[in-house]
Design a protein around this ligand. Structure first.
Ligand code: HEM
Length: 426
């Protein structure tokens, strides 16, 4: 038998915990040792190979055949038998969506469902984002203190997502519970007791998704991406399958919404903690698009994604067996100084910020990336114009512990309403 190794790097690999400690505090910083000394390592606690360097992560994303996305939505902490019983009771059958589908089925489906993402459609939603943002801001602009998440960054992306998808907005109150349950269920480490409660929420989310589909089928002329999906399902049931429609209905609400809300919360926290950058964009809004990209690089909302090898494979100089599970940590790659000079420094003038891996890379790259970017850009345009004197309040930031979805639960900010530019010129 092997004696415990005295090698400090091996000890770091053995100690790596994706659910608590340094990784939850700051995933990029937590893997600095790995980027420098052991860029691909096996984590015995997680049962995954962790990949931390930019080029290695990109190489994994690039080859979707050898590195299959089939485990992307798998429960990273396996369900307990009790939780499985609960899920079965709801007929839970989450399966392939798009993000976890192998080729050639994936590309065929992606092509069949791509039309809705054209720029003209984005334009239309841009007006909606602007209007909703202004309405939310009107409600708090004279308050002097607000939690940006509760006051704006949660609901605006949710409304935009539901509108883009064509999902009726009548039951949005339950979606927050459902989304958190889906995230913990897929990327978290619930205790045995929590597993059962979460299984009930996830089961209800599944049933709810089924009900929405039935409701939407009553409106054959309905608009939105999920309406098109439902029509394609009737036209080409082998490409856009029934299972896909139901699974996607549940997954896309989280994929389109939670990702954008969290990225926006990260963005305000980061910019307000880097006052010069905030002041610079207040003075020159043309800096906003690159500032958004830099925020996505430096503090993205998807910090790690997954792949599984379909044959023996080599990443960097490590040989992996067939079936190896990989945790590819974009947050780490995004700060890799081998690709980004002074990668751990936030710099809105960085000329290659857009190279970040927060939207993934290759054939599965995020289809909604320009919607997310557009929302973040409009949030910044409106906030820097109307509340340039905004400050981050004293607070302890909290996060939902999980491997992949990252953003503060709340972002409290303060300002003096008497100094609002719009109050100065009545
Ligand atoms: C896929 C991140 C917003 C729809 C992905 C992937 C990531 C991601 C990491 C997997 C990429 C890969 O495997 O290479 C994000 C982030 C967002 C965001 C950080 C916001 C800041 C959205 C929005 C929508 C959306 C707003 C839809 C309206 C999708 C879809 C896929 C996807 C459909 C699957 C694409 C495929 O597998 O071919 N996203 N996303 N995302 N995203 Fe997003």
């Amino acid at each position: 038998g092997a004696a415990p190794s005295g090698c400090p790097v091996t000890q770091m690999a053995e100690a790596f915990d994706a659910f608590e400690g340094p990784y939850q505090l700051d995933p990029a910083e937590a893997l600095r040792w790995s980027r420098d000394q052991l860029p691909i390592f096996y984590s015995p606690k997680l049962g995954y190979w962790v990949v931390s360097r930019y080029e290695d992560i990109k190489a994994v994303f690039r080859d979707g055949i050898l590195f299959s996305p089939r485990n992307v939505l798998e429960k990273i902490t396996p369900a307990t038998p009790e939780a499985m019983e609960v899920l079965k009771g709801y007929g839970y059958a989450m399966n392939r969506t798009m993000v976890n589908e192998d080729e050639p089925a994936h590309m065929e489906r992606r092509r069949a469902l791509m039309d809705h993402f054209i720029p003209a459609n984005l334009e239309k939603h841009q007006e909606m984002v602007r209007r909703l943002t202004r309405e939310k801001m009107d409600a708090f602009i004279n308050e002097g203190r607000v939690d940006l998440v509760d006051a704006m960054l949660y609901e605006v992306p949710l409304n935009v997502a539901l509108h883009f998808l064509g999902v009726p907005e009548d039951e949005i109150a339950v979606l927050r519970t459902f989304s958190v349950a889906h995230s913990v269920n897929t990327w978290g480490k619930p205790t045995d007791d929590q597993q059962v409660a979460i299984a009930h929420d996830v089961g209800q989310f599944w049933a709810y998704a089924g009900k929405i589909i039935e409701k939407m089928k009553q409106e054959p002329e309905g608009t939105g991406w999920m309406h098109e999906t439902i029509r394609k399902n009737a036209e080409m049931p082998d490409v856009v399958t029934d299972s896909y429609v139901h699974s996607m209905m549940m997954a896309i609400i989280v994929a389109a919404h939670e990702t954008t809300s969290l990225a926006s919360a990260n963005m305000f926290k980061t910019l307000l903690s880097n006052r010069e950058a905030w002041d610079d964009i207040c003075a020159d809004p043309s800096l906003i698009p690159n500032a958004v990209e830099e925020c996505l690089r430096y503090a993205g909302s998807i910090v790690a994604w997954r792949r599984q090898t379909t044959a023996p494979a080599r990443v960097g100089d490590v040989d992996l067996p067939e079936g190896a599970k990989l945790l590819i940590v974009q947050a780490s790659g995004n700060q890799d100084e081998r690709h980004f000079e002074d990668g751990d420094k936030f710099d809105i003038y960085r000329d290659n910020a857009i190279d970040h891996l927060t939207f993934g890379y290759g054939s599965h790259q995020c289809m909604g990336k320009n919607i997310g970017r557009m929302e973040m850009r409009i949030f910044l345009e409106e906030m820097t114009r109307r509340l340039p004197h905004l400050r981050l309040a004293e607070q302890a930031f909290t996060y939902l512990p999980n491997t992949s979805f990252r953003g503060p639960d709340h972002v409290w900010v303060e300002w003096d309403p008497a100094l609002n530019p719009e109050n100065e010129h009545p």
